[in-house]
Design a protein around this ligand. Structure first.
Ligand SMILES: Cc1ncc(COP(=O)(O)O)c(C=O)c1O
Length: 360
């Protein structure tokens, strides 16, 4: 693996500049955000916050209101919730705990930020290969249980889209001193909440669940996520972090998004319906293309595997304004793997039509 390969998708500004496109000519399927504009009530809230005190005043450092509405949503105590500057900030803090706890196991391939977070604290980790063949988008048994103190799980897994069953993950709680479960994409998965570990946190102080609002609401620019964990652990993180890790607009937005439960439920239904409909539409078309194999996925991205290298194909797609995720930075994947983020129907048609021109 070379460090020069992109570690994240969504490098839309750099890619537009490199390829000579305006931003609106680019279809970014290298990151995995919902394709809808953020809900109207969110835009209204941001406007109101601009006119209110959200810019002028220091934000509430206790995040009391935001913690409360997130806690209400999950039916847990507010002290078990810590909002963060995106899930990524919280990964940094959980990595500090992981480092103090011992050796971490990272499934390979997995989200690159775990390694970044562990490296902040010179944490030790080893990568364990996930079997790269699976036949279903239904919940599967988590296949790894190597010897280490800490295990990092992503549910659903990024980049494979596999959904791990809650029952198989529950077994890990007796085996590891610390179980970190990143559920950044779980609320996008139809029926996915049934596999969440959040309900187990109350009785397991060795469990940390990380969530993100980035993907669900397409608000990557706001930086909004939260951790659910034992309150003592979260108190320690609060002492380590910056005084104002979340800005006033993000706090206002998060509070609005999580307060109106029926609007939230309706949004989640819309997103999950899109994943179901567009996911199977795209899978069907990709299956009909020669030289590539699309893997089943529970969520809004899927991996394709080429019979040979897909590097040239990837570059040609980029030069046509369609960005796919180069998977060379993922341990265990290489030139013959690409990840595609689902779009709306028009976007998916564009992906399929450009792919056909190159593959058929
Ligand atoms: C699995 C996973 N977890 C966490 C994150 C980070 O989310 P956030 O934008 O909330 O920092 C990402 C972003 O790509 C991700 O793929």
């Amino acid at each position: 693996m070379s460090s020069s390969f992109p570690k994240h998708g969504g490098n839309i500004f750099q890619e537009a500049q490199r390829l000579g496109f305006h931003l609106d000519q680019i279809l970014d399927a290298s990151s995995s955000l919902v394709p809808f504009p953020p809900p109207r009530f969110l835009r209204r809230c941001l406007k109101a916050s601009l006119n209110g005190g959200a810019l002028r005043n220091y934000p509430d450092r206790t995040h009391q209101e935001l913690r409360q509405v997130i806690a209400n949503w999950h039916g847990i105590e507010p002290s078990m919730v810590l909002p963060g500057n995106g899930a990524s900030e919280l990964l940094t803090w959980v990595a500090r705990d992981a480092t103090e706890t011992g050796m971490s196991t990272l499934p390979a391939p997995c989200f690159a930020d775990y390694e970044r977070a562990l490296n902040c604290w010179s944490g030790s980790f080893r990568q364990e290969r996930l079997p790269l063949s699976w036949s279903s988008s239904e919940p599967q048994s988590f296949p790894l249980a190597p010897h280490s103190e800490v295990i990092w799980i992503t549910n659903p897994h990024n980049p494979t889209g596999q959904l791990w069953s809650r029952e198989s993950l529950r077994l890990l709680l007796d085996r590891y001193s610390l179980v970190i479960c990143d559920e950044a994409f779980l609320s996008l998965v139809p029926g996915g909440e049934k596999q969440s570990l959040i309900g187990l946190v109350k009785d397991h102080s060795n469990l940390v669940v990380i969530r993100s609002l980035t993907k669900l609401f397409a608000v990557a620019g706001l930086r909004l996520g939260y951790a659910v964990a034992d309150s003592k652990r979260l108190e320690a993180w609060q002492k380590w972090r910056d005084p104002w890790p979340l800005n006033g607009l993000a706090i206002a937005a998060g509070t609005t998004l999580m307060t109106d439960v029926s609007a939230l439920e309706e949004w989640i239904r819309k997103v999950q319906n899109w994943v179901t409909v567009e996911g199977s539409w795209l899978q069907e078309r990709l299956h009909a293309m020669p030289g590539i194999f699309p893997h089943p996925s529970s969520v809004n991205f899927l991996l394709i595997h080429g019979r040979t290298s897909l590097l040239d194909f990837h570059q040609k797609m980029s030069s046509r304004g369609v960005l796919l995720r180069d998977c060379r930075s993922f341990v265990g994947l290489g030139e013959s793997w690409l990840r595609i983020g689902l779009q709306n129907r028009a976007g998916n048609r564009r992906i399929v039509s450009e792919m056909k021109k190159l593959l058929i």
